[in-house]
Design a protein around this ligand. Structure first.
Ligand code: SF4
Length: 170
């Protein structure tokens, strides 16, 4: 059964593209999260990969927010008080900020007020990110896109929290 046209495109959500099976992760893979597919089927999902939107290639070397283990996160990056560094030491802060701004521009253009972002990413992370040392340890904090969207007033949650809070659309 198909959705009525009037239900399509209402209350759309911005979603990390990798959660929808797009192979845009740094390693060329995805993090497919089938629990989101019912919203896709209803025409309610707009996908973006902030790192690709910011100009980074796929695959790419991993990057993390330097100093996250000491309390820095995407908010500090946006304020020019922290940097996003690739594992080889290259500064990719500009690309991460550009990607966050692209995500916000898209949300504003489409009047989207909710974002479902991939947990733990230095871009998309919400509430927990890697520690900046490429150790695999998680610390409290938001990724750069997560932080910017929150600052703009969007509801920003990870895919896990989204699943806990929402039944699939009928
Ligand atoms: Fe792109 Fe965000 Fe997924 Fe990373 S977590 S691959 S930035 S959509």
């Amino acid at each position: 059964m198909f959705a009525q046209p009037s239900t399509l495109f209402k209350d759309r959500i911005l979603v990390s593209a990798c959660l929808l099976g797009v192979p845009c992760r740094y390693d060329g893979g995805s993090c497919s999260y089938p629990e989101l597919y019912p919203w896709v089927a209803r025409g309610r999902v707009v996908a973006i990969c902030p790192e690709v939107a910011g100009g980074l290639p796929t695959p790419r070397l991993p990057a993390e927010i330097k100093g996250a283990g000491a309390g820095l996160d995407g908010n500090h990056v946006l304020e020019g008080r922290a940097w996003v560094m690739r594992c080889d030491g290259l500064d990719v802060t500009a690309q991460f900020v550009a990607g966050a701004e692209a995500a916000l521009d898209l949300a504003r253009e489409l009047d989207i007020r909710t974002a479902v972002l991939k947990a733990h990413s230095p871009s998309c992370g919400v509430g927990a990110i890697c520690d900046g040392e490429f150790s695999g340890r998680l610390v409290a904090g938001d990724g750069v896109t997560g932080a910017l969207l929150k600052r703009a007033g969007l509801e920003v949650v990870t895919e896990v929290v989204w699943k806990e809070r929402h039944e699939p659309p009928c």
